[in-house]
Design a protein around this ligand. Structure first.
Ligand code: CA
Length: 216
């Protein structure tokens, strides 16, 4: 398959707004090629197009999601950039949406971080969901950052907000990304997501999914 690489225009001063919204009903899945996908230069020429309604049995979210590369942590965390003491550990999110026999997740201690590989994504309205649990019985927060690299080599780290949970595994709400042009237009080369614990609690994450399709 020819490279799916396309150019996605985004402002150098793009504003990102993560909105925790309720799951939408049925996604508009388009079979075959994913429309508008970007294949960054530092990722394989083809993108993972194996989608599933991974959160349907969790809370009735029938959107179609693609697993982020290595996002189940069942075979390590290939391609991920792991900070100090981050490690794949035993214990899976209890819904086991990726596989009934899955048994591992990613541990991220306080003061460290974990970053996904650069990946395909669709411009416009798209969403991320994952599972998370903290080490604290009280509610603490995990920050999600969006790392956008332009074709000019400019790396923008965009604050995507935080999710909150306690020591019980929870599915995240949908993280929605809105890019708004403010000034000039640059081409985006790649995008990745960084998970950063806030405060003193450590975290585990598992089954990180991206919905690359525009939903209604
Ligand atoms: Ca897992």
């Amino acid at each position: 398959m020819a490279s799916l690489r396309l150019v996605f225009r985004v402002s150098a001063c793009a504003m990102v707004l993560f909105a925790f919204t309720a799951p939408l009903a049925h996604a508009g899945l388009i079979s075959g090629l994913l429309p508008g996908l970007i294949s960054p230069s530092d990722t394989p020429a083809t993108c993972n197009t194996s989608s599933s309604q991974a959160f349907a049995k969790v809370d009735g979210d029938y959107s179609n999601y693609v697993l982020v590369p290595g996002g189940s942590f069942e075979a390590g965390a290939a391609g991920w950039t792991l900070g100090r003491s981050v490690a794949v550990v035993s214990g899976n999110e209890p819904w086991k949406v990726h596989g009934a026999s899955d048994s591992h997740s990613l541990y991220i201690p306080s003061g460290s971080s974990a970053t996904t590989p650069a990946m395909c994504f669709a411009p416009g309205d798209w969403h991320m969901r994952f599972f998370a649990a903290s080490s604290s019985s009280s509610v603490s927060s995990l920050q999600v950052r969006v790392r956008v690299k332009s074709l000019l080599g400019v790396l923008s780290i965009l604050d995507g907000g935080k999710i909150s949970s306690n020591s019980t595994w929870q599915p995240s709400a949908r993280l929605g990304l809105l890019l708004t042009n403010l000034t000039g237009i640059l081409a985006t080369d790649s995008v990745s997501f960084q998970f950063v614990p806030s405060g003193t609690a450590s975290w585990r994450i598992d089954d990180v999914y991206l919905d690359p399709w525009k939903n209604g």
